[in-house]
Design a protein around this ligand. Structure first.
Ligand SMILES: C[S@@+](CC[C@H](N)C(=O)[O-])C[C@H]1O[C@@H](n2cnc3c(N)ncnc32)[C@H](O)[C@@H]1O
Length: 228
């Protein structure tokens, strides 16, 4: 599914304005202003703000097998799927460490929503140690090609560029005195350069080539009109 189609579906399903765009490099970019209803329905510390899951779901109507990673008390009515958390208290589908995911058959999921602790202080609220984001991304390399990871955080995790492509970056604003966050969407990719980034790179290279050729043609012309 192309990002243009994801964005159209988002606008149609949520009724929110089309605040996402596909940039010249083929990436989707934009900002979500979460509005007045920024409460966390479950009241769980760090839980998804109201409306977040509805927005993400509308971007991915094609996905059939969803995994909520760092699931906490995620609202499964808003976005059904399986769950992973290190804390058994929430009765997740898999009690597992996101840094290994040894118990999770990752190959069967085509969409992963990840909401890690953002800092050491946040991790203390969950009585866990802070996760190493790059290690989580390494574990997620076991996803099938084409699967997407929607990562909500204040930090861009380190990832292998030949294993994941960053397809979308969406700023998320709640309200005054709340931290800004960013939703980064990765697609598990083949080592070969992906279609959309390759096409955008080709278009840019062609434009630059034409500009250079045009410039050269102009510089070949005599400036004063006199010929040699
Ligand atoms: C920001 S909260 C997620 C809240 C969730 N999005 C919600 O709406 O309820 C982070 C969660 O990550 C879990 N967690 C922390 N370290 C973990 C790890 N190494 N592996 C798996 N889960 C972990 C915590 O138990 C906590 O529930």
């Amino acid at each position: 599914m192309r990002w243009e189609d994801r964005i159209s579906n988002y606008a149609q399903k949520t009724g929110f304005p089309k605040c996402l765009f596909v940039g010249p490099d083929g990436r989707a970019v934009g900002t979500w202003i979460m509005g007045n209803d920024y409460r966390v329905q479950s009241e769980y510390y760090g839980g998804y703000p109201a409306g977040y899951l509805r927005r993400v779901r509308a971007l991915f109507p094609d996905k059939k097998h969803v995994l909520h990673l760092f699931s906490g008390r995620v609202n499964l009515e808003a976005f059904p799927g399986d769950t992973v958390d290190i804390n058994p208290e929430f009765k997740p589908t898999y009690v597992d460490d996101a840094q290994t995911l040894a118990r999770v058959p990752l190959g069967k999921y085509d969409l992963v929503l990840a909401d890690p602790p953002y800092s050491v202080e946040d991790a203390e609220h969950y009585q866990t140690t802070m996760v190493k984001r790059n290690v989580v991304m390494r574990a997620l390399q076991r996803l099938s090609l084409g699967a997407h990871v929607v990562w909500l955080d204040q930090v861009l995790p380190m990832y292998r560029k030949d294993a994941f492509e960053q397809e979308a970056v969406i700023g998320m604003v709640k309200s005054t005195n709340h931290r800004f966050r960013v939703v980064t969407v990765f697609r598990r990719r083949d080592a070969a350069v992906s279609h959309n980034v390759a096409a955008a790179t080709r278009r840019r290279a062609n434009r630059e080539l034409e500009a250079v050729r045009g410039g050269r043609a102009n510089s070949d012309r005599p400036i004063s009109g006199k010929s040699a």
